[in-house]
Structures are given as C-alpha cells and as structure tokens.
Design a protein around this ligand. Structure first.
Ligand SMILES: [Zn+2]
Length: 399
C-alpha cells in the first residue's frame, strides 16, 4: 500500500505505444473510479479540532493519551497528468494539497499517519478475484485430514464442536498449537464456529499449563490468507503459551498501562475506551467495549475490550470479522488475543482486560506488502478513516 501512489504512470498522460511494463502483473494497476471520489472530508482530518471541542475533562483525558499534529503536503503536477488526476481523484485541487494527520499514542508509543486523499476512498471496491475464490475451495491440504497429517501435542488433542487442535510442526515457542477448523474455507465462518475456535484454543492453553505450570502466558492469533502470513490456506488459528514473562509487545502494554495508572491514578484501558467513545469512535455492547483505534497497526484495526473471555466477547469477535468480511470487503486479516496470565505471577496485571485486536491486511491479489519501512521503523501509514470504521461497526453491531 505504501508505494501504491508512486508506481503507476497514467496511461493517458504518458502513452507508451503499447509498450508493456515488465512488472504489469505484480503491480497494482490504476483504474478510473467507478464512482467519483467523495467530496466530503474524512473526519480523521479534523481530529485535532474535534478533540479541542470536547469539554475540559474529556479533552484532558484525550490529551493524556494522544498527541495529534496536522500539516499540508503540496505538489505541482504537470499539465500532462491533469486529465488522469481528474479521472482518478476527481480534481487536481484534491491532489495538489493533501492534509496529513499524525496521531501518536503517548502511552504505548504507537503512531499513525492519515492522509485525507487516501481516507476519502473508504469503499474502494476490491476486485473479486477468481484466484482467491478458487484457492479458498481447493481442498486436499494436510488440515483437511488433521489426525493423519498433523502431529498432536504431548497432552494429545483438544476437540471442539467445529475444530480440533494440532501441535505446530515448526514451533514459535515451547507450546505452539493450531486450531484446525473443520471448515476448509477460511472465510466461511459463523458465530458459533468463531466462539468454538477461541474456546478450543483456550482449553488447549489450559491443557498445556496443566503439563507445565510455568507455561502461563497465553497468546491467540488467527492469520487469514497469505497476506496475513498464513502458509496453509485451510481455516486455522494458532496459539502459544510462553514462560518467564509475556511476549515483548504484551509486556510493554502491561508496563505502559501500569505507568499510566501510577501517573494519573486511572485505568489506561478505561480511559482509552472513553477517549474514543467521546469522539464517536467506540461503543459498548453486553459489557464488551468496541473501539475503532486511532493509532491502528494497519487498516481498520478494531479493539475489543472485556473483563473476561465471555460469550459476549466471542460474539463481538464474530461480529467484527463479519463486518470486515461482509460490509467492508476484507478477505485477509489478523486477529490477536491478549490477556493476563493463566495463574498468578509476580507482575501486576490488575486492570488488564482481555483484549482482542483485529486488522485488515489488504487485498489478497495485490502483491505489494502493506508493511514497509515506515511501519517497521517509524509510524503506521493508514488509508482508512477510523470514523468510517466506527460507523460500519456500529451498524453491524447494533443493527
Ligand atoms: Zn483443507
């Protein structure tokens, strides 16, 4: 995604006499918009003003967590590009001056850069690809016969209503398992199946902890399709249980939340939710707090916060993924679930919720990676307006 706006010269601006570009099949090709670019300005562009307009206590809470700065990037296109720019972006003015909003979470030091031009394309249609459709139904992989084609753990297999566990053949950690879905197609999930996948993973973690009392930090992940780093397409999730301390990013979050409580005397996660809810970016259903995150790791990142691994949380995970899949055209996503350890530890985990993070990894037919140097080493470049994501989630959840 990061380079997409640099790579494709407009055909009508620079006619190349039928000369084919060598990377034609791997580069994203520019097509004219089927509908004109929305003339509305995405709300994220006004984030600083929206926060400044909050009543003082809410504004102060927002500012305890987020730093927002904005600027305008200016360019001068040549005459020969103008027709193409109008076709693609609606007007030359829209491109000439681009508003950029930089948001930094001062507690966790996560950062995002939003460009109004990118965020104005909320529903840019992703081509429904026959290759993806075909891949989704191509059965015959090892996960189609998990009991014959995958190893089991030292404690055997955990069986769910719609899934069975396997031991991962090349492990990330001492305990690294898979929830292999009975359903091959990774996008053909329903609410009962999603709940079962999470429950089965958790029961697997308890079984691992039973074998090794030191193994107490559970992590759940679901990588859907190759863009999200799934090497086998057949529907599956993964889980680990680690020892000694939690994984670096989870431990960093625990420490950041603890430091926040020590400095401000309040729970970071409660304030994080409230800061989003004050702006219309979060809402609650059945005790689960749903957040369209202001410093997302990548597109459409949604956070779910709950006091425990409740049925309402599992349902909220399904509704989030169904909203991604059915309303926003997402085919490839990552889900992560973080929670306090399975047993008491020396660290202070008080006030740390069960947290689910779900993120869109982009169009599976676009071979460009969505994470580049900016995301790895600077801040995340985001093309989706969190206000738009919040609207979609609200409609999907509260419908
Ligand atoms: Zn399969």
């Amino acid at each position: 995604m990061s380079d997409e706006d640099h790579d494709s010269a407009p055909a009508d601006a620079a006619p190349s006499e039928g000369q084919e570009r060598p990377l034609r099949y791997v580069e994203k090709r520019r097509e004219r918009l089927r509908v004109p670019l929305l003339l509305i300005t995405p709300d994220i562009v006004h984030l600083a003003e929206l926060a400044a307009a909050l009543p003082a206590p809410e504004r102060e809470r927002f500012q305890r967590i987020f730093h927002v700065s904005a600027c305008v990037g200016v360019l001068n296109p040549p005459e020969t590009m103008q027709q193409w720019i109008e076709g693609y972006f609606g007007s030359v003015e829209a491109v000439r001056e681009q508003r950029i909003v930089k948001v930094t979470n001062m507690v966790t030091m996560e950062g995002a850069l939003f460009n109004d031009l990118r965020a104005r394309r909320p529903m840019e249609a992703r081509a429904v690809s026959d290759a993806v459709k075909e891949a989704r139904t191509r059965i015959g992989d090892p996960f189609c016969w998990p009991e014959k084609a995958t190893p089991e753990d030292v404690f055997g297999r955990v069986r769910g209503r719609h899934s069975i566990t396997a031991s991962n053949i090349a492990k990330y950690d001492g305990f690294h398992g898979l929830v292999v879905f009975h359903e091959h197609d990774p996008l053909a999930f329903d609410a009962d199946e999603v709940a079962d996948y999470v429950e089965t993973a958790y029961r697997w973690a308890l079984a691992a902890h039973e074998v090794d009392a030191e193994a107490q930090y559970f992590f759940f992940m679901w990588n859907c399709l190759w863009k999200a780093a799934a090497s086998i397409l057949h529907g599956h999730a993964q889980m680990t249980v680690t020892r000694g301390m939690h994984y670096a990013k989870v431990e960093a979050l625990r420490r950041a939340a603890l430091a926040y409580r020590q400095e401000w005397g309040c729970n970071y996660f409660d304030d994080l939710y409230a800061a989003h809810a004050d702006l219309g970016l979060a809402f609650e259903r059945d005790g689960v707090r749903v957040v369209a995150y202001l410093t997302p790791v990548k597109e459409r990142e949604t956070l779910l916060l709950a006091d425990g691994l409740s049925p309402a949380l599992k349902r909220a995970l399904y509704d989030t993924l169904a909203c991604f899949r059915d309303w926003m055209g997402v085919e490839s996503f990552n889900v992560a679930m973080l929670m306090p350890p399975l047993a008491e530890t020396d660290e202070d985990w008080s006030g740390f919720p069960v947290m689910v993070r779900a993120v869109d990894r982009g169009d599976p037919v676009n071979r460009t990676g969505d994470i580049g140097g900016m995301e790895l080493y600077a801040a995340n470049v985001i093309g989706t307006d969190p206000f738009f994501v919040a609207e979609q989630l609200k409609e999907a959840f509260l419908a």
